[in-house]
Write a protein that binds this ligand. Structure first.
Ligand SMILES: Nc1nc2c(ncn2[C@@H]2O[C@H](COP(=O)(O)OP(=O)(O)OP(=O)(O)O)[C@@H](O)[C@H]2O)c(=O)[nH]1
Ligand SMILES: [Mg+2]
Length: 221
């Protein structure tokens, strides 16, 4: 089942079984409290703490094998404030994991790739849950671009080479220093390429999640 946890989303490209916007709508908050879009979004995120139990009950009604929760894209409002980890903790007692998406188009650039590795490590520290990594929008990438990104995730030296070849000045030294820290944290990214346009990778993701979260018992290949 799918849950939308982004109170600011205007259009959802999927059918959410449970939707936070049934409880909290950013447009209404902006109007009621006389706030701009940023203030409205921030208050909407704070207000989510009050309705976690309602959402949790709504989810339980579905008795799902697996529940995918689409969290707000603005990580500074959700993931890096206490509300994110609090919701993750209170939404269910069942086994949980984090799916971190490397935006395929953004991460073609080695600087953005390294920044995403850095952010993913930060999320891992904040949520402290098993973490899975995806590279999205692969239908918009050439084979060579995707291959290069996959090499970056397997081999830090390949990433270092691309940084040296493609970046200069401040961006190059910043990437190198971030890579050093990421190396020290020692996180294994092992990203799975996916595309919602042609469904590439979703069968692999599904089996990975089923094997982890249902002991493989309900998984039929
Ligand atoms: N071609 C293609 N477009 C995609 C894919 N995934 C998402 N999009 C499109 O990319 C745009 C942005 O979507 P996302 O990257 O999912 O971001 P978002 O959910 O809108 O934003 P945040 O949750 O705030 O980060 C939308 O127009 C999507 O339809 C994909 O795999 N392939
Ligand atoms: Mg989104």
């Amino acid at each position: 089942m799918a849950v939308n946890l982004d109170p600011g989303s205007l259009i959802l490209p999927y059918a959410a079984n449970v939707d936070v916007r049934e409880y909290i709508k950013v447009e209404e908050i902006m109007e009621e409290y006389g706030l701009g879009p940023n203030g409205g979004l921030m208050l909407a995120h704070d207000m989510m703490a009050e309705i976690v139990e309602d959402l949790s009950n709504d989810i339980e009604d579905f008795t799902p094998d697996i529940c995918i929760v689409d969290t707000p894209g603005q990580m500074e409002l959700f993931a890096f404030r206490n509300i994110g980890a609090q919701i993750a903790q209170e939404l269910t007692d069942a086994e949980k994991g984090v799916i971190y998406i490397f935006d395929g188009l953004q991460c073609k650039d080695p600087l953005n790739y390294v920044m995403n590795m850095f952010l993913a490590s930060a999320i891992n520290t904040k949520f402290f849950l098993p973490q899975y990594h995806l590279i999205s929008k692969t239908d918009l990438l050439s084979e060579a671009e995707l291959e290069e990104m996959m090499r970056w995730s397997e081999d830090p030296y390949a990433l270092e080479e691309s940084i040296d070849a493609k970046l200069t000045g401040m961006n190059r030294s910043m990437s190198q220093e971030m890579m050093e820290i990421i190396g020290r944290i020692g996180m294994d990214f092992d990203p799975l390429p996916v595309s919602s346009a042609n469904n590439e990778g979703f069968a692999d993701l599904y089996s990975k999640l089923m094997l982890t979260f249902t002991d493989g018992g309900k998984f039929t290949p």
